[in-house]
Design a protein around this ligand. Structure first.
Ligand SMILES: [Zn+2]
Length: 370
């Protein structure tokens, strides 16, 4: 049954709100775009709106943790809660922004997607106006090795200017534009990396809530083995990266250890488990919404283990971001069969401290809700 038929709230992943549609009618051609750019100081306008006294502050729900933990599934489910909007992996927005032919989650090239076109028109006067330096800053200066500079701004004036001033302001303007065009009060970003989380945490215009998503490291290792095509590139065939057991285990351990280490810097952080999500998605979504101060969510898009998904405007993520219609949610236990004993033991040998801490050892799976 479709969620609209169930009558629980309105869809949250709506391509664009009425106001935005009206604005789209007047989207200018190249010449008009230049005029708009000259008269608009977009970031300043958006930031003033974000911090206006007496106004409800927008929440950003950041999914933190290792790769291949089901963050796209979680983001897509949360994005269907009324008042929530899933942006995808915001850290990767620079690829579709500066590269031709990369698809938005709605199936349209990002550069012509009505949602993101309107976001960048409001925030910057158009996508062309965004400084390409942002891409360089994200990929060169937001690496794990720079975490000390991220956490302690006094250490480097140059880094502070690049990241804490320039990059943060652009990211903030994008988020504010997404909030305005979607007309939602909660934005979801599944970038997962600690460094992107810290940047958002230091932007004072939003209330950041962090979901630390954890999944059994053996299942994650198996996911890294699978050959999956990336669907967002139309001009070339690109596959999701595949890495070895050792590398995937090291990545899992490092990302989760860093996630634990930065918890003292985060005001709101809730740990959730992939296994809970796929075993009981409704209860898990309720717990998440309750934890971020959004009780009684409308979950009409969920019928037992089936989610009825609409198109969304996501940037980057697992291929599930392109799926629409009924999607079965079930635990992915393929690793039990596809990894042999030696491979399972190797993953555990690397990751056992946090596997025990999270309750995966000696059991093969955490019980629901523990
Ligand atoms: Zn789109």
């Amino acid at each position: 049954m479709h969620r609209r038929a169930l009558g629980e709230g309105s869809p949250s992943v709506i391509p664009i709100r009425k106001a935005a549609v009206n604005a789209l009618d007047t989207i200018p051609g190249p010449n008009r775009l230049k005029e708009t750019t000259m008269t608009v100081q977009p970031t300043e306008n958006l930031l003033r709106g974000a911090t206006a006294p007496g106004r409800n502050r927008t929440k950003i729900l950041f999914i933190l943790g290792a790769a291949r933990t089901g963050s796209t599934l979680l983001g897509r489910l949360l994005g269907h809660v009324s008042g929530f909007f899933y942006m995808g992996e915001l850290k990767a927005i620079w690829t579709p922004l500066f590269e031709e032919g990369v698809l938005c989650g709605c199936g349209i090239p990002f550069k012509t997607c009505p949602f993101w076109t309107e976001v960048f028109r409001r925030g910057f006067g158009g996508m062309e106006q965004v400084d390409i330096r942002m891409r360089e800053l994200r990929f060169h200066k937001l690496r794990q090795r720079w975490l000390p500079l991220l956490l302690c701004q006094r250490l480097s004036r140059k880094y502070r200017e690049d990241i804490h001033r320039d990059y943060s302001r652009v990211l903030s303007a994008i988020c504010r534009g997404a909030q305005e065009v979607s007309d939602c009060r909660v934005l979801i970003d599944s970038s997962k990396y600690v460094q992107d989380c810290i940047v958002l945490n230091q932007i004072k215009d939003f209330d950041l809530h962090v979901l630390h998503l954890v999944r059994d490291s053996r299942a994650v290792a198996n996911s890294w083995f699978r050959k999956k095509k990336r669907l967002q590139f139309t001009s070339r065939e690109v596959f999701m990266p595949q890495i070895s057991i050792r590398d995937s285990a090291s990545d899992w351990l490092l990302e989760n250890a860093l996630s634990e280490l930065v918890r003292p810097w985060l005001k709101h952080c809730t740990r959730i488990y992939y296994e809970d999500l796929v075993s009981d998605p409704r209860e898990t979504l309720r717990r998440i919404c309750s934890a971020i101060g959004e009780p009684n969510p409308t979950l009409g898009f969920l019928d037992g283990q089936t989610a009825y998904l609409d198109k969304g405007h996501t940037v980057a993520g697992n291929p599930i971001r392109f799926q629409e219609g009924p999607v079965q949610i079930k635990p992915d236990m393929e690793w039990l069969e596809s990894l042999d004993k030696r491979q399972k033991a190797a993953v555990c040998a690397y990751t056992w401290p946090l596997m025990m801490y999270y309750g995966y050892l000696p059991r093969w799976r955490r019980p629901l809700g523990s």
